[in-house]
Design a protein around this ligand. Structure first.
Ligand code: PLP
Length: 374
C-alpha cells in the first residue's frame, strides 16, 4: 500500500453503465467479465455491487482460483460463475469446480473428455466454446471435430447444452474495416448452433459478444452478452459513437516534490533534458505500482497546463513536466487526477502510449489502494 496514490472507484457509475448497456440490449442477459481482479478494479467489490445493486446474475473469470475466491466472498446468494481459460479439469480439481458451483468453459477435446469422464462433473452444466476464427482457445468446427464432439456427448447421454459460445478476434474494429472477421465468425457460430439443433440437442443459452461487438450491435439478439471493458467505462473501439459509458475509476496521485527548472536540466534516471524552462512535479506512482514505463511522454490533456510524463518512469515515482511556472501548476501535496471518470482521459493515454486501456487498468498493482464510493 502507499499513501500518495489511490484508485477511486465510483460504483454508482457501474450502475449507470449497466443501465446504459441494458438500454442497448434490452432482451439480453449480461454475463459480466470480472476476471483479472475486475479489470483491476477489485473483482469482489465490483461483482458484489453488480449482483446486489444491479441484479447481474452471471460472471466470467479466467481461472479456477478467481472463481473460488469470488464464490467464497459471496456465499449467501446464488449466481453463475463461468471459468473461461483454465483447462485443469482433472479429478484433483473437479471436486472444487463442482463443490463451488463453478462452470468450466470447455474449449478443447481434451477438456471435454475430462469433463465427461469425471464423476464430479456429471451435475455441472455443460458449456462449450467454439473457435470460429479467432484461433485462440475453442473447440474446432473443422476436421470433423464438431462431429466428434456430437458423438462424444451422445455416447455419454449429455444432450443438454447449458451455454454455447464463441469469442471474436477483431470486434474492436469497425465492421467496415478491411479484413474484418466478426460477421463471418457470427455466421460460423450460427452453423454450429444449427448442427447441434439438427442432432436434437437442446441449447439453453448462447453468447458471442464482448464490448466491441455489443457496441456494433452484433450478437445482441442471443440470450447473453459478455461485456468487460465497456462496463468499466471506455469503449473498446477507437472511435465509438454509440457507447457513452463513464470510467468507474479515477486514478489520483500526489505531488511529492515540485521544482522550477531551466531548459536542459537533467531529470531522474538517464538525465532526460528538459525541453525548456518550466516546472517538474515528482509524482507518487511508478512501475512498481503497475504504471508502465511506456507512459513516458504521455501528455495529460485534461489537466490545466497539459503536463507530460517526462523522462523515465521509475519504480516508485514519475516526473510530470509543465511549461512555465505560473498558476495552475500543482504544489507539493496536491493531488492530480491522472485519469478521471471521463473515458476520454484513459483513451487518450492509451492512444499516446500504445497501451490498450485494458492493460492500463489491469496493471495497477496492490500497492495502489482502491477506494469505493457507493
Ligand atoms: C471469452 C471472453 N468474453 C468476453 C470478454 C470481454 O471482452 P471485453 O472486455 O472486450 O468486453 C473477454 C475478455 O477478454 C473474453 O475473453
Amino acid at each position: 500500500m502507499r499513501l500518495g496514490a489511490n484508485l477511486d472507484i465510483d460504483l454508482k457509475l457501474l450502475k449507470s453503465n449497466i443501465q446504459a448497456l441494458r438500454a442497448l440490449v434490452s432482451k439480453t442477459d449480461i454475463l459480466f467479465m470480472v476476471k483479472a481482479n475486475g479489470y483491476g478494479h477489485g473483482m469482489v467489490p465490483v461483482a458484489r455491487y453488480a449482483l446486489e445493486e444491479c441484479g447481474v446474475g452471471n460472471y466470467g473469470v479466467a481461472t479456477l482460483f478467481e472463481g473460488l475466491k469470488l464464490r467464497k466472498a459471496i456465499p449467501e446468494r446464488p449466481f453463475d460463475i463461468y471459468v473461461f481459460s483454465e483447462n485443469h479439469l482433472t479429478s484433483q480439481y473437479a471436486e472444487q469446480y463442482a463443490h463451488s458451483a463453478l462452470i468450466p468453459v470447455l474449449s478443447s477435446l481434451d477438456e471435454l473428455d475430462l469433463f465427461l469422464s469425471e464423476k464430479a462433473f456429471s451435475r455441472v452444466p455443460l458449456v462449450l466454446k467454439f473457435n470460429t476464427g479467432m484461433n485462440r482457445l475453442g473447440l474446432s468446427m473443422g476436421e470433423d471435430e464438431l462431429e466428434l464432439v456430437l458423438s462424444k456427448l451422445k455416447n455419454k447421454g449429455r444432450r443438454e447444452i447449458f451455454h454455447l459460445m464463441t469469442h471474436f478476434g477483431r470486434s474492436f474494429e469497425p465492421l467496415s474495416a478491411p479484413g474484418q472477421t466478426t460477421l463471418a465468425q457470427m455466421q460460423s457460430f450460427e452453423q454450429i448452433r444449427q448442427r447441434f439443433s439438427q442432432e436434437g440437442f437442446s441449447i439453453q443459452y448462447t453468447s458471442t459478444s464482448n464490448s466491441g461487438a455489443i457496441e456494433q450491435g452484433v450478437g445482441v439478439g442471443l440470450s447473453h452478452v459478455r461485456p468487460g471493458l465497456m462496463l468499466y467505462g471506455p469503449s473498446s473501439l477507437a472511435t465509438s459513437t454509440l457507447w457513452k459509458g463513464q470510467s468507474i475509476s479515477s486514478l489520483k496521485v500526489q505531488v511529492l516534490r515540485r521544482m522550477s527548472v531551466k531548459k536542459k536540466t537533467p531529470i531522474g534516471y538517464g538525465g532526460a533534458l528538459t525541453p525548456e524552462d518550466g516546472t517538474v512535479c515528482i509524482l507518487a506512482i511508478g512501475y512498481g505500482d503497475g504504471f508502465s514505463t511506456k507512459l513516458q511522454n504521455t501528455i495529460l490533456y485534461h489537466l490545466p497546463g497539459k503536463p507530460m510524463f517526462f523522462g523515465r518512469i521509475n519504480m516508485d515515482m514519475a516526473q510530470l513536466f509543465y511549461t512555465g511556472s505560473g498558476t495552475g501548476i500543482p504544489k507539493e501535496g496536491d493531488v492530480l487526477e491522472i485519469w478521471g471518470h471521463d473515458p476520454a482521459h484513459i483513451l487518450s493515454m492509451s492512444a499516446q502510449s500504445g497501451i490498450i486501456p485494458y492493460e492500463i487498468y489491469c496493471a495497477l498493482g496492490d500497492r495502489i489502494p482502491r477506494k469505493y464510493t457507493l
